[in-house]
Design a protein around this ligand. Structure first.
Ligand code: SAH
Length: 350
């Protein structure tokens, strides 16, 4: 006989959980109690205001699928915290918590691995292992926040994986995060970064959540972008920017563009001019370009540029009317750019 799958409580909205609890013969207020406990990072055994018999029954039919902290690195320089999380099937993901003057911001992973194949990125080297469930997406925030003992107010989906390649779970996650009974985080405090899966950008635009869309552009023309980002062979820069402009028109949200500077690949004055021109041609709303000196990945032979050089690139963009800043490097002493901690853990475990 096949054992039925257990319910994944943390992937359920408050409404769905309430329905399940009442359909299982319990009183409605129990759903609120369970929700409060699990959003504080607790398992059934810790739910002290729920009768023991009910806790045992719940444990038999459901799971609270929180990741476990396997490693934690804290920067002595700026307090940035990097977590290596263990998932319940033995896979690893990473999250980073950054301190800003407006509060704590968490950068979360959206998949275990990635299949997008960007040439400069460590997260994609082993390919995609699997998508993360809504519970595993929200679990990163709950566990980090409980560990630090402070509320996390901002989310960036810029960790391992491509969020729009895990679209349904990510949308469910965004709704969970926004629920007042859940984390109560405003959509305006959430950024989602994508390499540019155009049809999914359009679907997201139709939902009109006022989240910030960040586009990993990294090149000023199709030839150069296709060389470093395989997704560009499917959707060209003009198709991508057309979808971005549509996103702006539907949500009114400024689009952010990520541009990783790679020495000798995309960092010339001509690239800066071409970038300004292509962005202004396609985007009617406000634009912001985030310049990121490449974080060198051991397995790749791309070279980075220094900050001074990146600033000059930013100055050219600004002189052409495109707002640009060089991204601040947080936690330089705990570096391991995204994906590298997970990779080293997996290699060591083999
Ligand atoms: N898949 C999504 C989100 C994850 S990557 C995306 O592509 O946007 C988060 C950001 O880090 C992206 O802009 C990505 O291109 C960038 N990135 C990846 N590897 C990098 C590296 N070695 N140095 C600098 N930025 C990198």
């Amino acid at each position: 006989m096949k054992v039925p799958d257990k319910k994944d409580f943390l992937s359920m909205s408050f409404e769905e959980l309430t329905e399940f609890i009442t359909a299982s013969g319990y009183q409605k207020f129990r759903a609120k109690q369970i929700y409060e406990w699990m959003y504080r990072g607790n398992d059934f055994s810790q739910m002290s205001n729920i009768p023991e018999k009910m806790r045992i029954d719940l444990d038999g039919m459901a799971v609270i699928n929180l990741p476990k902290i396997r490693k934690k690195l804290v920067s002595d320089i700026d307090g940035t915290i990097k977590y290596l999380f263990l998932l319940n099937d033995g896979n690893f993901i990473e999250s980073v918590v950054m301190k800003y003057n407006y509060g704590l911001s968490v950068c979360i992973s959206s998949q275990c691995g990635c299949r997008m194949g960007c040439r400069f990125c460590a997260s994609t080297i082993g390919g995609k292992v699997r998508d993360l469930l809504p519970s595993e997406l929200i679990g990163q925030i709950i566990v980090a926040s409980a560990d630090i003992g402070e509320r996390i107010s901002h989310i960036v989906m810029m960790g391992i994986g491509e969020p729009l390649d895990n679209y349904d779970n990510v949308i469910k996650f965004l709704k969970l995060v926004n629920q007042p009974e859940g984390l109560g985080i405003s959509y305006r405090n959430i950024s989602l970064s994508t390499c540019g899966i155009v049809p999914k950008i359009s679907e997201l635009a139709n939902l009109a959540f006022p989240i910030t869309l960040s586009i990993s552009l990294h090149a000023s023309n199709d030839i150069s972008r296709s060389e470093i980002m395989p997704i560009n062979n499917t959707y060209s820069i003009s198709e991508l920017l057309y979808a971005c402009n549509n996103y702006f028109k539907k949500t009114g949200r400024r689009i952010s563009f990520e541009y990783t500077l790679i020495s000798g690949k995309n960092d010339s004055k001509e690239n800066a001019k071409e970038l300004a021109s292509v962005l202004k041609k396609h985007i009617s709303g406000p634009i912001h370009v985030n310049l990121i000196p490449l974080n060198p990945v051991i397995e790749r032979d791309f070279k980075t540029v220094d900050r001074h050089f990146a600033q000059k690139f930013a100055d050219i963009l600004k002189s052409l009317g495109v707002n640009a800043t060089v991204r601040r490097t947080l936690g330089p002493d705990i570096n391991a750019s995204c994906g590298q901690l997970r990779r080293s853990e997996e290699i060591n475990n083999k």
